[in-house]
Write a new protein. Structure first.
Length: 471
């Protein structure tokens, strides 16, 4: 079981620091593929089977199959109910079915080197499986049993609660997770699907969750409606669909994603907002500076804003790294990213870590770079170089079966068909400097952004914590 839970905040912050995209609905599996970078959509097959949106995409990898999937049963679906129930439901799925206990399942999978796991994100229950082609029927049978008829043994609920509570308590001391949590709670209004529960509320919910609540949630949300399964690697479309039809026949249920919520603060709101999350004895402080941007991925300005954001804060060639880290020596890691916009409207943010003694200098430097980028925009040379890098990185991400499956799944969650596999590079090439600069000015406002500081804040630094990193 891959326990993502409250570590999502840390993952988002870490990705922003690295200049990468935040984790999406799937985890890549590094099996090298040789998918061609042109005419990609024509190789895939997408159709409904047993009420499930099934995609198969054969590659030149021999014998190995990767399965990634998602359905709307994430934390946001808790609504006004117990906030821990969606995550606990995900944790319980691989702990035995009405036909096989967890030990029998583990024995069957391990005997052939296969794996099946689940994770719970903001909106999705995420499914991952990997096996040899010959073992796909057995793996699909196990997966179907875990999704359709989990046993939900009472003894396992106690263990799942302990696992969740341990992860939550660990996250209480993680500066990245706490900063991201405070930021998301500040910029997304109550009731918005991207607004997380506080760690404290999740701890209380985990303690009080009942088996009846978990069974009711599973019955309502875990079903074929809006479930997507993506199969990549050594796959045969007809064979895959026969197995899916056999194992999932007659399955019902499921709900749609939450695609809208109360709006966050307007981009041009008059005042900024600062939040401190004190954590004792931390050698560094994580900051998140940003706002809800009001955009979903398919909105016309979303891609230009992403390209512009990459110029500001992606990797070592971004402006933030060039100034705040390399020139001024104030941090080891800083980056900017757009996040959480695949299904609902998302957020724009800068994340960075600073030694406590350098915090004020680091924030000031970050704001100077941000404001210059917002006021003056990007140059033609920056745009040309960044577009080339984005397109190159996209094709590299498709070079593994897991990366390809993850891209396909995210593409579908964003509302595109398979033609977007070929359309995305062309869309990036078509982005103009005017598009980027207009999107930046239209959807962002540095003077009204929320600033979160998590770590050693509100007190003078001690000892040599203020020593800057080497330049």
């Amino acid at each position: 079981m891959t326990l993502r839970l409250r570590l999502r905040g840390c993952l988002l912050a870490a990705c922003a620091l690295a200049g990468a995209a935040p984790p999406g609905a799937a985890l890549a599996t590094n099996v090298s593929s040789t998918a061609a970078p042109a005419g990609m959509a024509a190789r895939g097959h997408r159709a409904e089977t047993a009420g499930i949106d099934v995609v198969t995409y054969p590659t030149h990898v021999r014998d190995v199959v990767v399965v990634l999937g998602a359905l709307p049963a994430g934390d946001a679906m808790a609504g006004t109910g117990n906030a821990a129930v969606p995550t606990l439901t995900g944790l319980m799925l691989d702990r035995g079915t009405t036909a096989l206990d967890k030990f029998a399942i583990a024995e069957r999978l391990e005997s052939v080197g296969a794996s099946v796991s689940f994770g719970v994100g903001t909106q999705s229950l995420e499914i991952r499986a990997k096996c040899l082609r010959r073992d796909l029927p057995m793996v699909l049978s196990i997966l179907a049993g875990e999704l359709r008829t989990p046993a939900f043994p009472a003894a396992e609920l106690a263990k799942a609660k302990q696992q969740l509570i341990g992860s939550l308590r660990e996250s209480l001391q993680n500066t990245g997770a706490r900063a991201q949590e405070a930021f998301s709670r500040a910029v997304f209004a109550p009731g918005h699907p991207n607004r997380p529960q506080s760690v404290e509320d999740m701890l209380s919910a985990a303690e009080s969750a009942t088996l009846d609540e978990i069974k009711a949630f599973h019955a309502k949300y875990v079903g074929p409606k809006h479930l997507t399964l993506v199969f990549t690697g050594d796959v045969d479309d007809a064979a895959v669909r026969r197995e899916v039809a056999k194992d999932f026949a007659g399955w019902k249920g499921g709900e749609d994603y939450l695609r809208a919520g109360p709006p966050g603060p307007a981009a041009h709101a008059p005042a900024s907002h600062q939040i401190e999350v004190p954590l004792k004895d931390k050698p560094s402080t994580t900051i998140v500076l940003g706002q809800a941007d009001g955009l979903r991925y398919r909105d016309p300005d979303a891609l230009p804003l992403r390209v512009g954001t990459a110029i500001l804060g992606q990797g070592f060639t971004g402006r933030l790294m060039g100034t705040v880290r390399d020139h001024e020596g104030l941090t080891y890691g800083i980056g900017a990213a757009v996040s959480a916009d695949s299904i609902a409207d998302g957020a724009w943010s800068i994340s960075a870590t600073f030694a406590p003694a350098l915090l004020d200098h680091g924030i000031a430097s970050t704001r100077r770079v941000l404001e210059a980028w917002w006021k003056d925009g990007v140059s033609d040379d920056e745009l040309a170089a960044r577009k080339q890098g984005i397109i190159g990185g996209y094709f590299v991400s498709l070079s593994t079966t897991g990366g390809l499956a993850s891209t396909i799944l995210t593409t579908i969650q964003r509302g595109y068909d398979l033609s977007w596999l070929d359309g995305y590079p062309e869309a990036v090439r078509a982005v103009s400097r005017d598009d980027v600069n207009r999107a930046i000015r239209s959807h962002l406002n540095p003077s009204s952004m929320t600033l979160v500081e998590a770590g050693s804040v509100g007190a003078p630094a001690q000892g040599n914590q203020g020593a800057p990193p080497p330049r």
